[in-house]
Design a protein around this ligand. Structure first.
Ligand code: ADP
Ligand code: MG
Length: 140
């Protein structure tokens, strides 16, 4: 097994005429915590958005635990165990707090009320454990 959990190699991303990522390399070993530093517009968010499937790269390669992967959507990223906590909240106003939290599991959201109830209980317990007061069933 590779000593890296994540490897991004030669990542290129353009937005029209703007070259946001110009052959970026980024690697993370299991258990490491990194801070990605750079001036405004340096391309930090773009790299992370590529890793989480929000954008697709124009070039380069991403490996997870040593295997090349294709991350074409946030769902692909989640299936690989990659998550993102955005700097600015990205919430769907019309949905409840609970629905926003479980949005990524949408395939199952509408599956039945018992599944939802179970999720509600789990999230409610996490909120209690951390002293968070969130009205989970109200629209955000
Ligand atoms: N969705 C987008 N459409 C067009 N240009 C973008 C988009 N996202 C980022 N950019 C441009 O790409 C460059 C890198 O942006 P970004 O990754 O947000 O930088 P950072 O997070 O390091 O501040 C900037 O020039 C920015 O204006
Ligand atoms: Mg940013």
């Amino acid at each position: 097994m590779s000593r890296y959990a994540i490897q991004m190699k030669g990542i290129v991303k353009r937005f029209g005429g703007v070259l946001a990522n110009d052959h970026v390399d980024f690697a993370v070993k299991r258990g490491e915590i990194h801070a990605l530093l750079g001036e405004n517009g340096a391309g930090k968010s773009t790299v992370m958005s590529l890793l989480t499937g929000i954008y697709r790269a124009d070039g380069g390669e991403t490996l997870i635990h040593g295997s090349t992967v294709r991350i074409a959507s946030p769902r692909d990223a989640m299936a690989l165990g990659i998550g993102m906590v955005h700097q600015s909240f990205r919430l769907v106003p019309a949905l409840t707090a609970l629905e926003n939290i479980i949005l990524g599991e949408r395939g199952q959201v509408w599956r039945g009320s018992s599944w939802r109830k179970q999720k509600l209980e789990v999230i409610d317990a996490i909120c209690s454990a951390y002293g968070l007061q969130v009205e989970l069933l109200k629209p955000v």
